[in-house]
Design a protein around this ligand. Structure first.
Ligand SMILES: [Mg+2]
Length: 231
């Protein structure tokens, strides 16, 4: 195999996995939508987000996608409510919680120096602008040739369409690309399903026993620099 491109998941792969208080993020939106009594609404927004994820990638096959606005409007259906302001508050709350793997920049730089193409495929309801501001602040944006966010697609990982969108944009065939991710089903099984080799990042969060077998496992993205020449 000659590897031409390395494709990355974002959450828990290029970004670090922390113990976020998901309810606190939605509380920021709820305080805009219902200042007098935000807590019940914050819980309903969080429940709606969990259901949204589960329907698509938890129990689903990646069919369907959407935006933060879709989630908020599924709960706060009245158009009079300041939905955009609430979404901004919610996204702003995440600003303080996002961080990136210290090894990501050096690894991506080394891959680019070797002439490899790089790409990002993130299952997300957050908008491109938010992701790209975070990536730019971490010095990663310029090192990722193509970034695909499923909020702009009709499907999410592990659906084949999500992977093909990125491969087509990079003009690379699956047999010459590697996918790196932290989740067995969305990332590893999804990537292998379209013919990519798949590398599982371990140690980010507990991985339950599974019949899905990654082509390689590593504790840090930096391990790619040793692995890829052997492929
Ligand atoms: Mg991930």
């Amino acid at each position: 195999m000659t590897v031409e491109a390395v494709l990355f998941d974002w959450g828990g792969t290029l970004s670090t996995h922390a113990d976020f208080d998901l309810l606190a993020m939605w509380r920021a939106a709820a305080e805009v939508l219902d200042p007098a009594d935000p807590e019940p609404l914050a819980q309903r927004l969080l429940d709606a987000e969990h259901a949204w994820w589960d329907e698509r990638v938890g129990t689903g096959d990646g069919t369907g996608s959407g935006t933060t606005e879709d989630i908020v409007r599924s709960v706060a259906q009245t158009t009079q409510l300041p939905v955009q302001q609430a979404i901004s508050a919610y996204h702003g709350a995440w600003d303080r919680a996002v961080d990136h793997d210290p090894a990501a920049r050096g690894t991506l730089k080394a891959l680019k120096d070797r002439g490899l193409k790089t790409g990002l495929l993130s299952n997300t309801h957050w908008p491109r602008e938010l992701h790209e501001r975070w990536l730019a602040e971490a010095g990663l944006l310029e090192l990722l040739d193509v970034r695909v966010y499923t909020c702009e697609l009709t499907h999410m990982k592990p659906h084949p369409q999500a992977f093909h969108t990125l491969l087509d944009a990079l003009d690379v065939t699956p047999g010459r690309a590697v996918f790196v991710g932290d989740r067995l089903r969305d990332d590893i099984e999804g990537a292998q399903g379209v013919g990519l080799r798949a590398v599982l990042l371990t140690g980010r969060h507990p991985v339950l026993p599974s019949a899905i077998v990654p082509d390689a496992e590593m504790a840090s993205v930096a391990g790619l620099l040793e692995l890829l020449p052997s492929w």
